[in-house]
Write a protein that binds this ligand. Structure first.
Ligand code: 4AD
Length: 455
């Protein structure tokens, strides 16, 4: 009853409040400001209330005291309600800690949108012990949490950093189409669609398009969604993922390997130097060790020996033999044991894509590479490409592919062929490694995998 009588009003004699975003909070010490956002955490006591406010750009702890804390509207506040808070930013005394090292001493606030309390409260919606599939249904709400939002900020910094590296390395950004009529990585994972009565697919990789751009634009890259109808549920496969792909001309396989390790090392360095993302990586992955150049190089044939020497069996539970695919579990065991980034290279022709160039000194293997990182395994796949037209046509035949729809890709070998190569990086896989996430699902805004296409 006492509280119901207390209403609050702004004291108009105070200096006009400057509206700021929370990212800038510590730059406005001793000034009167207006901040707006969502109530992230809330503690209301008699005579004092603490609100941790979040606006997406940052957090600030706000202190309400006296009538402001005791007012009826304060008693009604709930987590995730939106408010505008006016007050003065003060530096925290030694020994007290809060985001940004500051606190906002409120003199007035307004409620913008009250979120529900009780059984519909936000906290009940996103309870950590809830069923994972229920939490995925509520992804639009769980994204507001500290962990997922931190991963998404690191993701933004990763994309900005890699663009910066590509610019430094002289690559031109392009945006190839997502609706295509050719496959790159095998028919079994194609998403088919009806395209005005014709069969088309969602792209698995922009590689073939990037190859056609070398004579027009020089070295190129793209950051584009790729789609794979992966039937199995694994912690590192999505049906839609953000594919970072690059293609370079007039280079050797060794040049390609050096380029790949340079791009990864510099990108990670820039992310760690970023004032927002750097501290978030430390928070999410305190033990993260930035990669050092040169990466360990390991030939496929040596990996087979290593796996057998270390008693790691193939998928049939047998010792590995040359030509076996090194599947996810074995690959991860090997990478985790070795404990450093590995450029696994020279895979057999039979287990790799049709377009890969054979090694000059051994036609059974290809100039191909996978980059393996501890805890996730493969984050990058690449190769030198077949640049001889007859060899390419033979490869189409071997794979049972009709070369007709690939005429534009074949033309690349007709009108001035050149040695070239490239690779694709899985954004969510790099993030899983960088942010220490168990699954790539944590690294995609609204993850798509078998059985899930919502929200
Ligand atoms: O090894 P992949 O299939 O290679 C290609 O698509 C090449 N055409 C790329 C190129 O040379 N331009 O895929 C490349 C990377 C993988 O190393 C992995 O990081 C990621 O893409 N990737 C996936 N990420 C999440 N979910 C999936 N289903 C993925 N499939 C591949």
């Amino acid at each position: 009853l006492e509280a119901m009588k207390i209403t609050i009003a702004e004291d108009k004699s105070l200096p006009t409040a400057k509206t700021i975003k929370l990212a800038k909070i510590s730059k406005n010490i001793d000034e009167r400001v207006k901040v707006q956002g969502w109530i992230h955490r809330l503690r209301v006591q008699k005579g004092v209330a603490f609100i941790v406010l979040r606006d997406g750009s940052g957090y600030v702890q706000c202190v309400l005291s006296g009538p402001l804390a005791n007012a009826y509207q304060t008693q009604q506040l709930t987590v995730e309600s939106t408010v505008a808070i006016y007050g003065t930013i003060v530096k925290l005394p030694e020994g007290k800690s809060a985001p940004g090292g500051v606190e906002l001493v409120a003199d007035y606030y307004e409620v913008i949108g009250l979120a529900p309390g009780g059984k519909d409260s936000f906290t009940n919606q996103v309870a950590e012990d809830a069923d994972p599939s229920l939490l995925l249904d509520r992804r639009h709400l769980t994204l507001r949490g500290e962990t997922l939002s931190a991963v998404m900020k690191v993701r933004a910094a990763l994309l900005a950093s890699i663009r910066r590296v590509y610019q430094e390395e002289g690559l031109c950004e392009v945006t190839p189409p997502c609706m295509v009529q050719t496959q790159v990585e095998g028919g079994s994972t194609l998403f088919k669609m009806d395209y005005y009565g014709e069969e088309a697919y969602l792209t698995q990789s922009s590689q073939l398009y990037l190859e056609t751009l070398l004579p027009a634009l020089g070295d190129v890259y793209c950051i584009q969604e790729s789609f794979r109808a992966e039937k199995s549920h694994t912690r590192r496969h999505l049906s839609e993922y953000t594919h970072i792909e690059a293609e370079l001309s007039f280079l050797t396989f060794e040049d390609l390997l050096t380029h790949i390790e340079t791009v990864i090392t510099k990108t990670i360095q820039y992310v760690l130097e970023d004032p927002v993302a750097g501290p978030l990586v430390k928070q999410l992955n305190p033990g993260f060790v930035p990669p050092q150049m040169p990466f360990k190089r390991m030939e496929y044939a040596h990996a087979i020996e290593w796996l057998n020497e270390n008693g790691i069996p193939n998928e049939e539970g047998q010792p590995f033999k040359f030509g076996d695919d090194i599947a996810e579990a074995a690959e991860r065991k090997m990478t985790d044991t070795i404990g450093v980034p590995i450029l696994l290279n020279r895979f057999p022709v039979a287990i790799k894509s049709f377009y890969m160039k054979k090694c000059v000194d051994d036609p059974l293997v290809t100039e191909s590479v996978d980059v393996l990182m501890p805890t996730v395994g493969e984050i990058t796949g690449g190769s030198m490409r077949i640049d001889d037209i007859d060899e390419l046509l033979a490869a189409f035949k071997r794979e049972g592919l009709d070369p007709a729809p690939y005429y534009w890709f074949v033309d690349q070998r007709v009108y001035g062929t050149c040695p070239h190569g490239g690779y694709g990086l899985g954004t969510e896989r790099i993030l899983a490694w960088l942010c220490n996430r168990f699954t790539v699902r944590d690294c995609s805004l609204y993850p798509r995998f078998t059985g899930r296409c919502k929200p």
